[in-house]
Ligand binder design. Structure first.
Ligand SMILES: [Zn+2]
Length: 473
């Protein structure tokens, strides 16, 4: 990729994914299910780094890592090796982090995102395995905290760090990359993204081909977009004022929406990487064929299939396949109703109402959306009533049929609409005359009268067509 324009923004992301669907940690038998447990209750000599304790690799974690590498179109290394990354920090009791260095398990991958101007390929440099450190908990505000507590429950959890090339050109593209990554990981069923700390982002940003700055501790995707917007503006302003950007690490203060300098960036040699003597090199190439068999249909492939099999638009197919749960929901729905109609109701209407309420697809039942669609298709209720039923189910619960009865949403009989049309014409001669004289808007007024007479249970579009027909006479 060539960057000719000196204005170019370059963003690369490092995403830490916690493999929290594993039953045990990366190198010991401690349970990963610690989120509702007391501090320091899921620990043992290995993950506390006690002298003499020895790590044993979690085989499932290696399988998950291969699966992720394959799904990101990476090549899987023949043989991998763990290294010690030496640094001292209270949340790291061993004084080093066990990670991978020059033989990451996967590398040279790519994912495709919807860029600012069409599809864009974001290259994945590498994906490697490492252990999570423990967690510091500051009492009160971090800057004025009276003390810090340490919880080692997280220490030793398996992480995959996914490192991209600096191929993203705007905060929005970075956000789309993160969304796509999350989508792929959800499909793979290797982690629960809703758990706290399941995906953590560090960003590298540079502008005007300058030095890159690392922004750490970004805990949400929305936070990533905000941190990048701020950091790009800060760097550009600094350069415009004659300053230069030096390589450094900054921290994102989510509450204030700003990045703050933490330290000048360490060089790699500061970490004194050396091969982990307690873990033998691991031959992984032989495992690849069996892991390939466990790969599910991934978002891009599912999108293509939906377009072909259900004959739906690219936009709908994309919206329906971002989340595996929505894709499964849609496929259950299309076993009962027309796929094209279902695409509109699920992708546009239902998802819109869910997003508005910050809800997921679990909040709605397949049989209920099928009921609503069947009633609309049978012309028993209007589309507007269908939307109203969905809103009512989401806000107050209940079944569509009960809501229809309670709110009187069944469409009125044809002859009642016909009668209302005739009355509306007879009772509003001025509006009728105006319409006939060419004032299109007067028709809306008469349609309104018909809707009033039918208490909103006529289909407005049908009422309009009937009126036009009648007024031609
Ligand atoms: Zn342990």
């Amino acid at each position: 990729m060539v960057y000719d324009n000196p204005d170019d923004v370059k963003i690369g992301l490092e995403v830490h994914v916690q493999l929290n669907k594993l039953k045990t940690k990366l190198f010991c038998g401690c349970s990963t299910d610690y989120h509702n447990s007391d501090p320091n209750s899921h620990v043992c000599p290995v993950c506390l780094g006690l002298p003499g304790s020895l790590p044993v690799i979690n085989e499932r974690a290696v399988e998950f890592a291969i699966k992720i590498g394959l799904a990101l179109n990476c090549s899987i290394v023949e043989q991998t090796q763990f290294h010690r990354k030496n640094y001292y920090y209270p949340d790291l009791p061993k004084g080093f982090q066990t990670t991978q260095y020059d033989y990451p398990i996967a590398g040279n991958g790519k994912i495709v995102i919807e860029g600012e101007d069409g599809e864009r390929v974001i290259r994945i440099t590498r994906a490697h395995m490492e252990e999570d450190p423990g967690r510091l908990q500051h009492i009160g505000n971090i800057e004025r905290s009276k003390g810090t507590l340490i919880n080692y429950n997280r220490s030793g959890m398996a992480l995959i760090e996914i490192v991209s090339e600096p191929d993203m050109r705007s905060p929005k593209e970075a956000r789309r990359y993160l969304d796509k990554l999350r989508s792929i990981l959800d499909y793979l069923d290797v982690f629960n993204g809703d758990l706290e700390g399941a995906m953590r982002v560090d960003a590298n940003v540079s502008v005007f081909n300058g030095q890159r700055v690392e922004v750490k501790n970004i805990s949400s995707f929305k936070g990533a977009e905000r941190a990048l917007l701020y950091e790009i503006m800060r760097q550009k302003n600094h350069i415009r004022r004659g300053g230069t950007i030096t390589m450094e690490t900054r921290h994102f203060d989510e509450a204030r929406g700003v990045t703050l300098s933490m330290r000048t960036k360490e060089e790699e040699h500061d970490y004194r990487y050396f091969p982990e003597p307690d873990l033998v090199p691991l031959r992984v190439a032989d495992r690849v064929p069996e892991v390939i068999k466990t790969l599910p249909e991934l978002p891009d492939a599912k999108k293509e299939r939906f377009m072909k099999e259900y004959n739906i638009a690219d936009m709908h197919a994309r919206a329906l396949t971002i989340e595996i749960k929505v894709a499964n929901f849609y496929e259950e729905v299309v076993s009962k109703v027309d796929p094209k109609v279902a695409a509109v109701w699920v992708a546009d209407i239902l998802k819109g109402e869910l997003n508005y309420r910050d809800l997921t697809i679990d909040a709605f039942r397949v049989e209920d959306i099928v009921d609503v669609m069947e009633l609309v298709i049978a012309n028993s209720i209007t589309e507007q009533s269908g939307v109203e039923i969905i809103r009512t189910v989401l806000d107050h619960g209940g079944k569509p049929q009960d809501i229809i009865n309670k709110k009187g949403l069944l469409k009125v009989e044809d002859n009642i609409v016909a009668k209302a049309v005739e009355e509306a014409i007879a009772q509003n001669p001025e509006a009728v005359a105006d319409y006939r004289a060419g004032k299109e808007k007067s028709l809306n007024f008469i349609v309104g009268k018909v809707m009033q007479k039918t208490k909103g249970r006529a289909d407005a579009r049908e009422a309009r067509e009937r009126l036009i027909e009648k007024l031609k006479e």
